[in-house]
Design a protein around this ligand. Sequence first.
Ligand code: MN
Length: 268
Amino acid sequence: MAKKTAPRAAGTRAKERGPAAASALPDLSQYGRLAEYNRKRHFGVTPEPPGSLASRAPGRPLQFVVQKHRAGHLHYDFRLEHRGVMLSWAIPKGPAPDPTVKRLAMETEPHPLDYNQFEGVIPEGEYGGGTVMIWDKGAWAPTVDDRLGDEADVDRQLAKGDLKFVLLGDKLAGSWVLVRTRQRQWLLIKHRDEYVSTDDITRTKPLSVVSGRTMAQIAQAAGATPKQLTEAAGTDPTPGGAATETGAGRPPRRRSGTRQQPRETRSA
Ligand code: MN
């Protein structure tokens, strides 16, 4: 989670310039979009890739990735490719394919496209230190009404704080929306379609989509410290039981009866 992040003027700027502004994200100069990412990291120490902008081959689908990350706290980093970077949100409880569940998604700094291949361990003491798993990946596309949108539509929807899109991943699919509730704070919500489910997929589908490994196996292979290994293992569901710490550590939702309002929606 980007707790150390300096305040940004994103919301203010979008308001001043109106919906025609390029994006709600700060500093859209090609040089600056990964400046925050690069500033926070020591590339001689962390195995994460240094930030550089990627160009998109014509016709190549836009990439999305979700990385399960046990840093100070467990969260799922949700990233969407846009204009050469991966726009990023940290989702403490992970995505939910249930349209009645709204998941808090904190906007974080854009990441380089190379980051989509990163699975491993960030050293202790470094920014985001801890274990990272590639939990899901695939293609995404912005949507406007019933058609697919383009980059300009994404800019407009980000400025408005209402980004609609479809995902085509191994675990996540169909129509979704990110809605901004306040500066840098969004909710990720599933739209109703054939891909809705009440399954807690952070628990039913807990393995890496690229390596099939658990968090503990990733940590072990990357030479995590004992503390990091314990923390990573604590986020793996145990067979037939709850993980000691998962983003969705609460009991399975009941289909009927009193349903607790998801904590995130209180601030909506
Ligand atoms: Mn993270």
